[in-house]
Design a protein around this ligand. Structure first.
Ligand SMILES: Nc1ncnc2c1ncn2[C@@H]1O[C@H](COP(=O)(O)OP(=O)(O)OP(=O)(O)O)[C@@H](O)[C@H]1O
Ligand SMILES: [Mg+2]
Length: 257
């Protein structure tokens, strides 16, 4: 493996007596797509919460770009270039799709009263740049026709795509997607998967994707990590993971239960 962009070392997170993440270690190589799969309750979303410092690590360490990522505030994680989406979308329903994207970039000069009063031209140009970026993101996600729609009126699938869009607006190095395909039309999701691969190849964006659509994940990922009951039970290429007995057992056990 070349330089890992993300390293998780012996991560532990317990809720009461339950070890939601139980001594997990893995690395993610820059410019790759990693699928993170496993049965319900395996600890996948909690792993994202740990990486983004939304819940604290009880023990272990997380490195991003060679520097410690754990124990810093979530907005500092974002500033370092880590963006995420949530299993339940968090759009602002009374704003349009375009406005939801435009409010993401940090340090908008328009927010500083002094600048708006004394340098309105600078503010306007910056706002135009952000809107152009938002329109580009909408194009990538095939949402251009919904630019002026109120976010509340989107379908579940479209809200999922808007979440990805908000992540991209932060110009991230690493994007964590939590169940992007849930509720998204399968044909559209396959197109989005191609877009994600394109952003990996052309912009070097690294992706970690939690998803229950296993065929989709196997098709789009360079590496697949499998969690069950808080532990990493397999980590390899899609081919290696597909034929791993422990993975089959974890999924079949989950179905049987
Ligand atoms: N904030 C919390 N407080 C208490 N328990 C929690 C909390 N967050 C997660 N858990 C528990 O930790 C375990 C792992 O949950 P997590 O949401 O990480 O699973 P998951 O792999 O994302 O599952 P799913 O595929 O259903 O989304 C579950 O048993 C869950 O109930
Ligand atoms: Mg989850």
């Amino acid at each position: 493996m070349t330089e890992p962009i993300l390293q998780v070392e012996d991560a532990v997170c317990a809720f009461g007596g339950l070890r939601a993440v139980d001594n997990c270690s893995f690395e993610v190589e820059a410019g790759t797509i990693t699928g993170l799969i496993g049965p319900n309750g395996a600890g996948k979303s909690t792993m994202f919460n740990l990486i983004t410092d939304m819940v604290p690590l009880q023990s272990g360490r997380i490195f991003f770009d060679g520097r410690r990522l754990d124990g810093i505030p979530p907005h500092s994680v974002a500033r370092r270039g880590v963006a995420r989406t949530f299993q339940i979308p968090g759009e602002l329903g009374r704003m349009t799709v375009l406005e939801n994207l435009a409010l993401v970039p940090e340090g908008q000069l328009g927010e500083a009263m002094f600048t708006s009063l004394f340098a309105p031209g600078i503010v306007r140009r910056q706002e135009e740049r952000i809107r152009d970026q938002a329109r580009e993101v909408l194009g990538l996600l095939q949402l251009t026709h919904l630019e002026e729609e109120l976010a509340a009126n989107l379908s579940t699938g479209q809200k999922k795509l808007l979440e990805i869009g908000r992540a991209l607006m932060a110009s991230p190095k690493l994007v964590l997607l939590d169940e992007p395909a849930a509720g998204v039309n399968p044909t559209l999701m396959r197109n989005i998967a191609q877009t994600i691969k394109g952003l990996r190849d052309e912009r070097g964006i690294t992706w970690v994707i939690v998803e229950h659509d296993v065929p989709l994940i196997m098709e789009m990922s360079d590496r697949v990590i499998v969690m069950a009951e808080g532990k990493v039970i397999a980590n390899g290429t899609p081919e290696e993971v597909r034929s791993d007995r422990r993975v089959l057992d974890a999924y079949l056990g989950g179905v049987a239960a």
